[in-house]
Write a protein that binds this ligand. Structure first.
Ligand code: AMP
Length: 289
């Protein structure tokens, strides 16, 4: 098995990618904040299937954490991450220090409108500004051909697609399906914060999606009714605090009344002190409306 190289500087990254491109290899990027699980590894596998070389970045990006969100508490498990990425056969891991990404005097940030405004945009002001800025920086540093992101963070994907389109970034953004635990809970680095009891209660997010999909299959096309039913279900769980349950247009993320084109049902719920998000896509057939 080829070894997985761990690098820390932008200069090393650029040099490695230039060499890969000289060899006519396509390069794929998988940006992460580490504390890797099967969800991240599914992005790695998708990247390996579509690109000749796979680069994983591990960086806990300070600019996407809000004032009340404890960045110091975010799990950092570089050694275990490296083990998983080596086993997966990743070519290169880029794990820069904070100062390597945000050099002294950094004052430039990228702000996306439209799709970045509802949902997470309301609950976590400034979050996407941090995400978009760091992802654009990583794309510029790596000059990758494709970059891979999870559907788990659907709005993030929509925001990054918008940014890439608006700023003529030559990297293609690819979406990979959400990977779940056996019982349906979407994998997340934050799941490890949940106590065993809270872990059980956290299943309500997936149950909410299941209910929405069942209602949809039964012919429900009224977004308000569906949101009302899912909200009622989530609220039935003790100590589950809803940030939002929403049905929005899958492309524009604008609110909709009737499900007559592809939509996403997205929810954000706090269980204990852990904020969890999940979503599912609903695609009506044109003749079903
Ligand atoms: P994070 O480390 O949480 O910033 O996530 C890095 C990437 O992994 C993002 O593109 C996420 O959408 C993706 N991701 C996280 N959890 C999952 C999951 N359960 N299934 C698929 N992708 C995921």
């Amino acid at each position: 098995m080829a070894t997985t190289q761990l690098i820390h500087t932008v200069a090393e990254l650029r040099q490695a990618v230039a060499e890969l491109h000289r060899q006519d290899k396509t390069v794929g990027l998988v940006p992460t904040m580490g504390a890797l699980h099967e969800g991240h590894l599914s992005l790695v596998h998708a990247c390996q299937a579509k690109c000749d070389a796979t680069i994983v970045t591990i960086f806990v990006n300070p600019t996407q954490f809000g004032p009340g969100e404890d960045i110091d508490k975010y799990p950092r498990t570089l050694e275990a991450d490296m083990e998983q990425l080596t086993t997966a056969g990743v070519d290169l891991v880029f794990a820069p220090a904070g100062e390597e990404v945000y050099r002294e005097g950094h004052v430039t940030y990228v702000e996306v409108g439209g799709v970045a405004e509802p949902l997470e945009g309301v609950c976590r002001p400034g979050h996407f500004r941090g995400v978009v800025t760091v992802v654009l920086k990583l794309l510029n540093m790596a000059g990758a051909d494709k970059a891979f992101f999870g559907q788990k963070d659907y709005q993030q994907l929509a925001v990054l697609r918008q940014m890439v389109r608006d700023l003529d970034v030559p990297t293609r953004i690819e979406m990979c399906p959400t990977v779940r635990e056996k019982d349906g809970l979407a994998m997340s680095s934050r799941n490890r914060y949940l106590s065993p009891e809270a872990r059980q209660r956290a299943l309500i997010l997936f149950k909410g999606l299941e209910l929405a999909m069942r209602l949809f299959d039964e012919g429900c096309r009224d977004a308000h009714e569906m949101v009302r039913e899912v909200t009622r279900l989530v609220e039935s769980v003790e100590d589950a605090r809803i940030d939002y349950v929403a049905i929005v247009d899958a492309e524009t993320l604008a609110p909709i009344e009737r499900i007559s084109r592809p939509v996403v049902l997205a929810l954000a719920v706090k269980i204990e002190d852990t904020r969890l998000i999940d979503n599912c896509l609903l695609y009506p057939m044109p003749d079903q409306d």
